[in-house]
Design a protein around this ligand. Structure first.
Ligand code: HEM
Ligand code: HEM
Length: 180
C-alpha cells in the first residue's frame, strides 16, 4: 500500500509573510475608513491616520523581502491541477497584487512628502517631510490616484479571496492548504 507523502506547501517564511501582509493591508483599510469618524483636528483622528501610514510603511518594508523569498522558494503545484484559464487568471491576479503592495504605499509616501506632512504617531515623527515647498494641488493629485487604486483593489482582493474559497470548497483542491 503506498505511503501518503506530505503534500507540498509554500515555504513557512512565505506563508508567514502572506498572512502578515494580509493583516497589515486589512488594518490599513480599517484605519483609513475609521479616521473620518473623529473630529477634524482631534488627536484621535491624527493618530488613526498615523496608524494608516505606519501599517502602510510596514507593507512597503516587507514587500521586497517577500518577493525575494518567493523567488527563492518557488510555488508548489496544486493538486488536482486546475484548468489553464484558472492558472492564468491566478497568475495575473497575483502579479497585480504584488504591484499594488509595492506601488500603493509609495504613492502614499509621495502624497505626504509633496504635501509637506510628516508620518507621525502619538506625537512622534516616524518619517519627516523632506520637502521645503509643499504643493497641495499636486499632493491632491497623488492622493486621488492612491484613493482610486485603493478602491479598485477592494475588488481585486475580493476576487482573490473568492478564488481561494472556490478552490477550497468548490474544486476541493489544495490551493488554500498550501498557504496555511
Ligand atoms: C498597502 C498600503 C495602503 C493601502 C491599502 C492604502 C489605502 C488607502 C485608501 C483606500 C485610501 C482612501 C480612502 C478614501 O478615499 O476614502 C487612502 C488614503 C490615504 N493614504 Fe493610504 N494606503 C496604504 C498606504 C499608505 C501609506 C504608506 C501612506 C503614507 C505614508 C498613505 C497615505 C495616505 C493618505 C495621505 C491618504 C489620504 C487621507 C486623507 O483623506 O486625508 N497610505 N489609503
Ligand atoms: C490583502 C489581502 C491579500 C493579499 C494582498 C494577498 C496577496 C497574495 C499574493 C501576492 C499571492 C501570490 C503568492 C505567489 O507568489 O504565488 C497570494 C497567494 C495566495 N493567497 Fe493571498 N492575499 C490576500 C488575502 C488572502 C486571503 C484572505 C486568502 C484566503 C482566503 C488568501 C489565499 C491565498 C492563497 C491560497 C494563495 C496561493 C495561491 C496559489 O498559489 O495559486 N489570500 N496572495
Amino acid at each position: 500500500m503506498p505511503i501518503d507523502q506530505p503534500k507540498p506547501r509554500f515555504a513557512p517564511a512565505i506563508r508567514r509573510m502572506h498572512w502578515l501582509i494580509f493583516s497589515l493591508v486589512l488594518l490599513a483599510y480599517v484605519f483609513i475608513n475609521l479616521f473620518e469618524l473623529f473630529a477634524k483636528g482631534s488627536p484621535t483622528r491624527a493618530n488613526v491616520l498615523g496608524a494608516h501610514y505606519l501599517v502602510g510603511l510596514a507593507v512597503l518594508l516587507l514587500i521586497l523581502p517577500r518577493l525575494a523569498l518567493r523567488l527563492r522558494g518557488g510555488r508548489p503545484p496544486v493538486t488536482p491541477a486546475p484548468p489553464r484559464w484558472s492558472e492564468l487568471l491566478g497568475k495575473l491576479t497575483h502579479v497585480a497584487l504584488y504591484a499594488f503592495l509595492l506601488v500603493q504605499p509609495i504613492l502614499g509616501v509621495i502624497t505626504l512628502q509633496i504635501e509637506g506632512k510628516p508620518v507621525a504617531l502619538f506625537g512622534m515623527t516616524l518619517l519627516p517631510s523632506f520637502v521645503s515647498q509643499p504643493d497641495r494641488a499636486l499632493g491632491h493629485r497623488f492622493e486621488d490616484i492612491h484613493s482610486t487604486l485603493g478602491t479598485v483593489f477592494y475588488y481585486v482582493i475580493a476576487l482573490h479571496i473568492l478564488a481561494a474559497l472556490w478552490h477550497h470548497f468548490g474544486r476541493r483542491d489544495d490551493t488554500l492548504k498550501r498557504m496555511v
